[in-house]
Design a binder for this molecule. Structure first.
Ligand SMILES: CSC[C@H]1O[C@H](OP(=O)(O)O)[C@H](O)[C@@H]1O
Length: 340
């Protein structure tokens, strides 16, 4: 499997990103040698997915040069690339702390050590989420249908993914999950990326349009829904790719369990509820000229929020590296773990 994110060389090296805007038809890479290169890659979703954005930004700080001022400025600039995924800000705060506590003279080496640690830690968080999520879904019959939205796999993280890590683990355990992947308009992360990842791994996957997910639930094809998240508030409200909220409503109506899978780095416990989560709005042309094909009149007005918020009351459980929790109890569990 192509590497989503790779640092090439040592502290004077550069960041290589798999360009996800070219998938699934082309496997090509971006060699980022400046902070601006990384900012642009995040902005246009060449690298995307909450944890992956944080990992890429951490490496981006390593391209800022060997002064505290340039590294701090890089943290501030990279924080402006996208507003919703809190992993970006969590990772940049980790890098700011590394700037503050580095021992002269080699700031660059210290920053690269921290970025590599963030990357390696996320890899382990993904594996733990996969195990805990597969345990939570252990009662599903072998061959059960699982619906997912957007892309939450190795392309979105520093490891095997979040929601897709659960599906990969079920596959490894021989549970033969039959995945229904929402195409996920307008940028088609489900069609382009999730289908690519699942088919690469030999997982049974069926592509559907977003508007079909309620029908496949009504037909009894889905035993569970599992999605990722970009920011989860203290009460368990979860921001995720646009369309997630509609899937959660359909799941509740059809009594289908609805899980959110996310590492602790996706939680923002400073926010009491999801109403406070900043939602990114993106350009008209992602809807009217997606992937170069004009599908609306010139200058058609659009509304293009990249995320929506699923209220905790619609979430059966939140799968973290610490285990699976009811939405209202996850903040307490994370706080307790952090204090150990
Ligand atoms: C494992 S987090 C993936 C998360 O990020 C995606 O958003 P985007 O593709 O815009 O970066 C989507 O919300 C996924 O659930």
């Amino acid at each position: 499997m192509a590497k989503t994110i790779e640092w090439i060389g040592e502290f004077d090296g550069h960041l290589r990103l798999l360009d996800q805007t070219r998938l699934p038809t082309e496997t090509s890479y971006l060699d980022c040698r400046t902070v601006e290169d990384v900012w642009q890659a995040i902005k246009r979703l060449s690298v995307r997915g909450a944890p992956a954005i944080g990992v890429a930004a951490a490496y981006g700080v390593c391209l800022a040069g060997d002064s505290e001022a340039s590294a701090a400025a890089a943290c501030d600039y990279l924080a402006t690339s996208r507003p919703t995924a809190v992993n970006l800000f969590w990772a940049l705060d980790r890098m700011r702390a590394a700037i503050a506590d580095h021992q002269a003279p080699r700031l660059a080496a210290r920053l690269l050590t921290e970025a590599r640690a963030i990357h390696a830690e996320d890899h382990e968080l993904c594996a733990a989420i996969g195990r805990h999520g597969a345990d939570a879904l252990a009662d599903l019959p072998t061959g059960a249908g699982i619906l997912t939205h957007c892309n939450t796999g190795a392309l979105a993280t520093g490891g095997d993914g979040t929601a897709l890590a659960v599906i990969f683990e079920l596959h490894r355990r021989g549970r033969e999950p039959k995945v229904y992947a929402d195409e996920t308009r307008p940028l088609l992360q489900g069609a382009r990326l999730t289908m690519w990842e699942l088919m690469e791994r030999g997982v049974d996957a069926t592509l559907i349009t977003d508007s079909m997910n309620a029908q496949v639930m009504r037909e009894g094809r889905v035993g569970a829904v599992i999605v990722g998240a970009d920011r989860i508030a203290a009460n368990g409200d979860a921001a995720n790719k646009i369309g997630t909220y509609a899937a959660a409503i359909a799941a509740r109506y059809h009594n289908v369990p609805f899980y959110v899978a996310a590492p602790s780095t996706t939680f923002d416990l400073t926010l009491a509820s999801g109403n406070q989560i900043p939602i990114e709005e993106r350009s008209d042309d992602e809807i009217t000229r997606g992937f170069g094909k004009q599908t609306a009149p010139d200058d058609a007005k659009t509304y293009n929020p990249a995320f929506d918020v699923t209220p905790a009351e619609l979430i059966t459980g939140i799968v973290t590296e610490l285990g699976v929790f009811e939405p209202g109890k996850v903040a307490e569990a994370l706080t307790a773990a952090a204090s150990k």
